[in-house]
Write a protein that binds this ligand. Sequence first.
Ligand code: ZN
Length: 237
Amino acid sequence: MRLTTFGQCIQITFFPGVFPVNCYLVKEDDGATLIDTAFPSSANAIQQAAGSLGLSISRILLTHGHGDHVGALDQLRRALPTAEIMISERDSRLLSGDTSLDAGESQAKIKGDIKTCQTKPTHFLKDGDRIGSLQVISCPGHTPGHVAFLDERDGTLIAGDAFQTHGGIAVSGTLRPLFPFPALATWHKSTALESAKRLRALRPTQLAVGHGRVLNDPLDAIDRAIERGERNLRRSM
Ligand SMILES: [Zn+2]
C-alpha cells in the first residue's frame, strides 16, 4: 500500500505495482470523506491510514458500482455505523446486483466486476450536489451512473474511472495495452467521451483517478486523451 498526499487529499493505493487501485481521503472540517473503498481486503488498511493521519471517516462517497471501488463497503459500514454512504441512484442498482438497463439508455451491456453489497446508501448523489467541499459531477460512460468530485477549494478533480493514468492517460473506454482493465470494464465509450469533455471544461488543477498516479496541471494531458479517444471511436465506427 502507498499513501500520497496532495492538496486536501490523501491517495491510498493498493497493489501499486501490479494492479493499482486507489481510494481517497479528503480532509473536511468534520473529519474525512472517503471516496471509494478498493477491495474487500482493504478495509483495515483504509481505517489504519485514516487513523495514522488523525482523521475519522464521516462519510463514504462512491464514484461508481464496480467491485474494485465498492469492495470494502460492507466491512467499513460495520466498522463505521454512523457514516453516511452515498452513490448515484443509478449505480446504487449495481450494488444490489441489478445490471438491467433503462429504456432511454444505450443498450450496451454493463461490464466489469459487479459485487453485490448488503449496505444500502443513506443518500443518492445528484449532479451539482455539494458534499462538504466537493461538488458532485455526473459523468456517465464507464458505468451509467458514474460521478466525479471537484474539490472547490483548489480545483482538484477526483474522477474515479472516468479517466485512468496508469499505463498512459486515457478516457474511460480507450484501451491502453499496459493497463487495459478500465477500458474493458467500460459500458459506453461515446458517453464516456462526452463526460470527459464535461470534466475538462471544469479546468481541474489536479486529476486523481481510480487507477494511476495523480496528475498536476492535467489539461494538456486530458486534451491528448480526448483526442485519442475520439480517434479510436471514429475507427471503431
Ligand atoms: Zn470501474
